[in-house]
Each structure stands twice: as C-alpha cells, then as structure tokens.
Write a protein that binds this ligand. Structure first.
Ligand code: HEC
Ligand code: HEC
Ligand code: HEC
Ligand code: HEC
Ligand code: HEC
Ligand code: HEC
Ligand code: HEC
Ligand code: HEC
Ligand code: HEC
Ligand code: HEC
Ligand code: HEC
Length: 375
C-alpha cells in the first residue's frame, strides 16, 4: 500500500471515530451536566456568566476532536478549579481583576493562575503582589522539562530569567501565553532586523521561529539547525548540483555574503556587486587599482558574469564549460581572424589570456608578447 492510500485509510478511520464520538456526546450529555455542576467552584459566583451545560459539552467535544484545545479549567476561569482551591487566597479581588478588553473566551489561561494558585508565584498582598523568587526559579518549579535539553547557547532574556518579556504569566489571547504573535514578539527587541528594503520572504512569510529557537539550543545564533542546514530547509542543497563548490558555501557560511533577514541590496547580499567578493578576495580589489590593463567586465564589478558564487560543475565555479564563458561576449568568428590566434582553436583562452587583469595589452599572460605594434 502506498503512502497516500495509508493516509486515506487513516482519514476514513478518524471519520468513523468522529461519528461515534458525536453520537456518544448526545447520549452522555446529562452525565456531563451533573459533573459540571459538581465541579463548579465557588469562584463561579465571583462573576456572573454562568457556565451552561451546552458550553461544557461543546468544549468536551472540541477537546476530543482537535489537538490544542486547552483544558476547560484553563480556558474558562469561571469554572476552573477541579482540585482543591487555595481557599484563603482565592481572590475576591479576582472579580475586579483587570482582564483587558479582550473577551474572556479568547483568552488562554495559565493553569496555576486559572486555579488561583497565586501563591505559587506571589507573596505580599493581592493589591500589591510581589514575586516570591526570580522568575526563572519560579517557572522552573513546573517547567523544568521544557528546558531539559542542553542549551549551550542561551537567549539573553531567558538566561536573565525575563520570561515575562515574552510570556504573560497569567493569561493571553495568543498561543503559548505569548505577549505578541509572530515576528512582532521578536522585533520588539530586534527592530533593526527587518528595516532594510530587500526582505527575505522566509522571515516575512514564515517568521523568526522558522529558523530560530526562542529559548536556547545547541547552535550559535540560536538557529534550529547548524550552518547551511537552516537554509536548506527551503533552498536546494548546492552540493547536489555542483562538483566544484565555493569554500564559504561548502563550510556553510551563507551569512558571509547574505543577510538572512533584510538588506539594502538585491538577493539579500550584504554588499553590492564585486564588493561581495572583495570581502575575502581583497587581492583582486588591489590588482584592479594597480594593474595596467583590466578586463572590461571586471570594471563593471561583475565577477558573477563568469563565476557562480556558490558552485558549478566547472573548475573555478565558471558558469560555462570550456571557453563558453568567453563566448558569452566574444564572437568566436571574430576571434579566428586575430593574427595571434592562428592554430589556437580549441585551446583554453586562459592559457594565453588572464581573464582578470594583465600588465600587457590584450590581457596577455607574462610569457606572451603582443604581436601588433603598440597603437
Ligand atoms: C506562574 C506564576 C504566577 C501566578 C500563578 C500568578 N502570577 Fe501574578 N505575576 C506573575 C509574574 C511573573 C508577574 C510579573 C509580570 C511582569 O513583571 O511583567 C506577575 C504580576 C502580577 C501583578 C502585577 C500587575 C501585572 O499584571 O503585571 C498582579 C496584580 C498579579 N500578578 C496578580 C496575580 C493574581 C491575583 C494571581 C492569582 C489569580 C496571580 N497573579 C498568579 C506570575 C504569576
Ligand atoms: C505551579 C506550576 C506552574 C508554574 C510555577 C508555572 N507554570 Fe507555566 N504551566 C503550568 C501548567 C500546568 C501548564 C499547562 C501544561 C503544559 O503545557 O505544560 C503551563 C503552561 C505554560 C505555558 C505554555 C502554554 C501552552 O499553551 O503550551 C507557558 C508558556 C508557561 N506555562 C509559562 C510559564 C512561565 C513564564 C512561568 C513563570 C512565570 C510559569 N509558566 C510558571 C504550570 C506552571
Ligand atoms: C524571547 C522570548 C521568550 C522568552 C524570554 C521566553 N520564552 Fe518561552 N516561548 C517563547 C516562544 C516564542 C514560545 C513558543 C515556541 C513555539 O511555538 O514553538 C515559547 C514556549 C514556551 C513554553 C511552551 C512549551 C515549549 O517549550 O514550547 C514554555 C513552557 C515556556 N516558553 C516557558 C518559558 C519560561 C519558563 C521562560 C523563562 C525562563 C521563557 N519561556 C522565556 C518565547 C520566549
Ligand atoms: C526582551 C527583549 C528580547 C526579545 C523579545 C527577543 N530577544 Fe533576542 N536577544 C535579546 C538580547 C538582549 C540578545 C543579546 C544581544 C546581544 O548579545 O547583543 C538577544 C539575542 C538574540 C539572538 C542572537 C543570539 C546569539 O547567540 O548571538 C537571536 C538569534 C535572537 N535574539 C533571536 C530572537 C528571536 C527569534 C526572538 C523572538 C522569539 C527574540 N530574539 C526576542 C533580547 C530579546
Ligand atoms: C531564514 C532563516 C532565518 C529567519 C527566518 C530569521 N533568522 Fe535571524 N538569523 C539567521 C541566521 C542564519 C543567523 C546567523 C547569522 C550569522 O551567522 O551572522 C541569524 C542571526 C540572528 C541574530 C543575531 C545575529 C545578528 O545578526 O544580530 C538575531 C538577533 C536574529 N537573527 C533575529 C531574528 C529575528 C528577530 C527574526 C524574525 C524577525 C529572525 N532572526 C528570522 C536566520 C534567520
Ligand atoms: C522557510 C523557508 C526558507 C528558509 C529556511 C530560507 N529561505 Fe531563503 N527564501 C525563501 C523564499 C520563499 C524566498 C523567495 C524565493 C523567490 O522569490 O523566488 C527566498 C529567497 C532567498 C534569496 C533570494 C532573495 C531575492 O531577493 O531574490 C536568498 C539569497 C535567500 N533566500 C537566502 C537564504 C539563506 C542564506 C537562508 C539561510 C540562512 C535561507 N534563505 C533560508 C525561503 C526560505
Ligand atoms: C561568496 C558569497 C556567497 C555565499 C557564501 C553564498 N551566496 Fe548565495 N548568492 C551570492 C550572490 C553573489 C548571489 C547573486 C547571484 C546573481 O545575482 O546571479 C546569490 C544568490 C543566492 C540566491 C538567489 C538565487 C537566485 O538564483 O536568484 C539564493 C537562494 C542563495 N544565494 C542562497 C544561498 C545559500 C543557501 C547559501 C549558503 C549555503 C549561500 N547563498 C551562500 C553569494 C553568495
Ligand atoms: C567569505 C569569504 C569569501 C567570499 C566573500 C568570496 N570568496 Fe571566493 N573563495 C574563498 C575561499 C576561502 C576560496 C578558496 C581558497 C582560495 O583558493 O583562495 C575561494 C575561492 C574562489 C575561487 C576559486 C575556486 C577554485 O576552484 O579554486 C573563485 C573563482 C572565487 N572564490 C570567486 C568568488 C566570487 C566570484 C566571489 C563573490 C561573489 C567570492 N569568491 C567571494 C572565500 C570567499
Ligand atoms: C570574464 C570572466 C571572468 C570574470 C569577470 C571574473 N573571472 Fe575569475 N576567473 C575566470 C576564469 C576563466 C578563471 C580561470 C582561470 C584559469 O583557468 O586559469 C578565473 C579564476 C578565478 C579565481 C581562481 C584563480 C585565481 O586567479 O586566483 C578566482 C579567485 C577568481 N577568478 C575570482 C574572481 C573575482 C573575485 C572576480 C571579480 C572581481 C572575477 N574572478 C571575475 C573568469 C572571470
Ligand atoms: C561579460 C562580457 C565578457 C566576457 C564574459 C568576456 N569578455 Fe573579454 N572583453 C569584454 C569587453 C567588453 C572587452 C573590451 C572590448 C574591446 O575593448 O573591444 C573585452 C576584451 C577582451 C580582450 C582584449 C583586451 C584588449 O586589451 O585588447 C581579451 C583578450 C578578452 N576580452 C579575453 C576574454 C576571455 C579570455 C574571456 C573568457 C575568460 C572573456 N574575454 C570573457 C567582455 C567580456
Ligand atoms: C595561444 C595563445 C592564445 C589563445 C589560446 C587565445 N588567444 Fe587571444 N590572443 C592571443 C594573442 C597573442 C593576442 C594578441 C594579438 C595581437 O597582438 O595582435 C590575442 C588577442 C586577443 C584579443 C584581442 C583582439 C583585438 O585585437 O582586440 C581577444 C579579444 C582575444 N585574444 C580573445 C581570445 C579568446 C576569447 C580566446 C579563447 C577562445 C583566446 N583569445 C585564445 C593569444 C591567444
């Protein structure tokens, strides 16, 4: 059976389960209603929105059918505590507690808050609560397992225990109790990352978390995968198509040339034109200034007219095989007429010419002398 068939079968299977569950829900409804009344806590009295049995069953159905539906206690403070509450501290202030403008049903509640276990985190008075311990310590009481993986590289605010710079410790309309959704959360502190005009679609469409872990991890810069593998999540692996790879591509330093977020230059390049190359091949930059003769395309700053920046199947990562790169601009027919070319057909041009610069006319290599007299 192929993969698609299996998936269809599984899908059909879940439909059956769905049907059975729905029927069950209708019949068992009264039972749930009783349970719901039993578990309703005094806290319900604090507000005046009664929890109806219909809502309760709807929620149970939702929870059965979908992942990620929070516990009833979590979504609905009003009928929260399933276990014994902390009676003395159960805040009468809660009714006055500010829930913001959002409707209650949109909020996800942090279970210890919903259960009004304020004292897990707070001391002091309810009017003036203080934290019992630094946040990291507080949160780790219950979240050790979320931080169990080794994190040789840690995000600064996490290291400093500033959990509440990203999470609301009580409630939030966003998943994972986040203060903001998507890139907004991160750009609050990293606003400069996306200010340049050329923006990476990966950041705009997929978001920071496509490439970064929010807390920490094994890789520098908190990337989800090491080096180029972060990029190969979406881009073709150049090594699969190129026999001759450029050293920085092979070692995975894509960010030597590209900014993965936004830049002023097209193709997300950190520098314009040949400046990208001069970052490392500064000898070329010097030669262009000092050489007597410079090949015209070099003066246009376009190394990529002849070289692929990542790699190709040709030596020196040339764009074409043999003399093909030269024929991009020079007519083979015209060349044959040149006096110095008698009998050179099929020979590599670079045997006699330096493709970049030369101290002699016609870009001749040192061992060759121009035939024609100097104009
Ligand atoms: C999981 C730990 C935790 C629990 C449980 C908790 N809080 Fe908090 N609370 C915090 C943290 C952390 C802050 C500080 C937030 C900040 O500095 O940004 C805070 C801040 C506050 C503040 C200051 C105003 C504000 O919203 O920033 C009040 C008031 C408050 N909590 C009330 C309560 C009440 C009432 C309960 C119980 C219903 C409760 N908290 C339960 C962690 C908790
Ligand atoms: C008394 C235990 C307790 C403490 C203390 C506590 N949490 Fe939680 N937290 C829970 C439980 C229970 C859940 C829900 C189960 C789960 O997702 O692990 C939860 C869930 C979360 C979630 C994920 C919500 C989701 O949708 O997956 C975040 C984020 C979170 N807590 C942050 C914090 C932060 C930040 C602190 C410290 C300010 C903190 N917690 C302290 C018990 C606690
Ligand atoms: C820079 C922002 C940021 C800080 C600071 C931060 N978190 Fe998170 N946290 C996130 C994001 C974003 C997610 C959601 C990850 C996802 O959806 O894959 C998350 C997820 C979680 C979850 C859900 C389970 C999980 O691991 O995905 C818990 C629990 C949690 N954080 C606890 C904490 C605690 C405790 C602290 C403080 C020590 C903290 N966070 C600090 C951004 C942050
Ligand atoms: C509360 C402020 C704050 C928020 C919000 C925040 N960061 Fe940071 N981030 C920092 C600080 C501070 C540093 C350390 C900067 C430094 O060392 O120059 C940092 C560093 C980083 C680094 C570099 C890590 C390294 O090892 O050099 C990355 C990557 C990063 N953040 C990604 C994110 C992502 C992704 C988000 C959103 C999930 C995010 N940040 C949200 C404050 C924040
Ligand atoms: C396509 C993958 C990708 C996405 C999406 C992405 N980043 Fe990065 N980010 C990287 C890589 C790779 C590095 C390492 C750069 C390097 O090696 O110089 C990095 C480095 C960083 C750094 C630290 C180094 C620096 O340049 O300051 C910060 C901070 C950062 N990213 C924040 C963000 C934020 C905020 C977002 C979302 C708005 C985001 N990143 C989205 C791949 C990504
Ligand atoms: C989540 C998927 C994803 C990841 C991961 C990703 N990219 Fe991209 N990248 C895209 C998409 C989508 C485009 C736009 C493609 C298009 O316009 O044809 C793009 C375009 C580009 C471009 C061309 C930009 C332009 O203006 O034409 C460069 C360069 C680039 N990515 C480099 C990187 C680098 C370097 C990394 C790793 C740090 C990376 N990408 C990781 C999805 C991704
Ligand atoms: C030595 C510098 C350099 C390195 C290292 C480098 N690139 Fe590039 N990349 C370039 C240049 C220059 C261009 C523009 C080529 C052009 O305009 O013809 C480019 C273009 C791209 C494009 C757009 C392709 C297209 O056809 O439009 C993508 C995607 C890309 N690079 C991804 C990557 C990834 C992924 C890595 C790391 C594995 C990487 N680059 C490493 C210099 C580099
Ligand atoms: C991050 C540094 C870096 C950048 C930027 C860079 N290169 Fe390179 N390049 C190297 C290294 C390292 C080598 C291999 C060592 C050597 O031969 O000098 C190399 C080798 C080469 C080679 C020879 C390949 C071979 O097979 O011998 C060519 C051609 C080349 N680079 C072209 C370019 C072009 C074109 C650019 C700009 C798009 C560029 N390089 C940008 C580091 C870089
Ligand atoms: C007109 C085409 C052309 C242009 C433009 C060009 N190259 Fe080359 N390059 C070649 C050819 C052909 C070779 C191979 C020479 C050989 O076979 O000996 C080469 C070889 C190289 C090499 C390896 C051998 C060496 O001389 O060190 C490097 C590095 C290099 N080029 C870098 C660059 C840089 C950097 C630029 C832009 C500033 C550039 N090239 C522009 C055609 C070109
Ligand atoms: C992007 C286009 C382009 C490519 C590719 C190219 N050239 Fe040129 N080449 C030129 C231009 C433009 C001139 C100047 C024409 C003129 O002065 O008549 C030139 C001039 C020359 C000259 C004559 C210099 C002089 O002073 O008389 C030689 C020799 C030469 N090229 C060799 C090559 C070789 C060898 C290659 C392949 C490695 C090559 N060219 C690839 C554009 C190119
Ligand atoms: C055996 C050595 C040799 C080879 C191989 C060779 N050339 Fe030449 N080429 C010369 C010499 C010598 C001259 C100078 C002729 C003169 O001084 O009149 C020359 C001149 C030129 C000129 C300048 C013509 C002019 O008068 O403006 C160009 C352009 C040129 N060659 C391109 C090429 C290209 C492209 C190739 C490869 C297809 C190539 N050459 C292969 C030796 C060679």
């Amino acid at each position: 059976m192929n993969q698609t068939c299996k998936q269809h079968k599984r899908f059909a299977g879940s439909l059956k389960v769905l049907a059975v569950v729905s029927v069950l829900c209708i019949f068992v409804e009264p039972l749930w209603a009783i349970e719901a009344t039993k578990t309703n806590s005094p806290a319900t009295a604090v507000t005046n929105a009664p929890v109806t049995k219909v809502e309760s069953n709807k929620h149970k159905l939702l929870k059965l059918l979908f992942d990620g539906v929070p516990d009833e206690g979590a979504t609905n403070l009003l009928k929260a505590p399933r276990q014994k509450a902390a009676p003395d501290r159960r805040p009468s202030v809660l009714s006055a507690f500010h829930f913001g403008q959002g409707s209650l049903s949109n909020l996800v509640f942090h279970p210890p808050f919903a259960k009004q276990e304020c004292a897990q985190c707070h001391g002091g008075s309810l009017q003036n609560p203080v934290l019992k311990a630094p946040q990291q310590e507080l949160c780790m009481q219950c979240h050790k397992k979320n931080f169990a993986a080794p994190m040789p590289v840690m995000h600064k605010p996490v290291e400093m225990g500033q959990c509440s710079r990203c999470h609301d410790p009580h409630k939030s309309p966003n998943k994972k109790l986040l203060l903001k959704t998507g890139n907004e959360l991160c750009l609050k502190c990293h606003e400069t990352k996306m200010t340049q005009p050329v923006k990476h679609a990966a950041v705009e469409m997929n978001g920071c978390l496509e490439c970064h872990l929010p807390h920490g991890g094994p890789n520098k810069f908190l990337t989800k995968f090491a080096g180029k593998d972060v990029c190969y999540q979406c881009h073709d692996d150049f090594a699969k198509t190129a026999k001759f790879m450029h050293a920085p591509v092979e070692s995975g330093d894509c960010a030597q040339c590209h900014d993965p977020h936004s830049t002023a230059n097209e193709k997300l390049l950190k520098h314009k034109g040949a400046d990208t190359c001069y970052e490392c091949h500064d000898d070329f930059q010097n030669r262009i200034k000092t050489a007597k003769f410079v090949h015209a395309p070099m003066q246009d700053n376009s190394c990529t007219m002849c070289h692929n920046p990542h790699g190709t199947n040709e030596r020196f990562m040339l764009n074409k095989s043999g003399n093909g790169v030269c024929f991009e601009c020079h007519e083979e027919r015209d060349l044959a007429a040149i006096s110095g070319h008698a009998g050179t057909q099929g020979k590599p041009c670079a045997e006699c010419h330096d493709p970049h610069f030369s101290e002699q006319r016609h870009l001749l290599k040192p061992f060759l002398k121009p035939l024609t007299a100097k104009e």
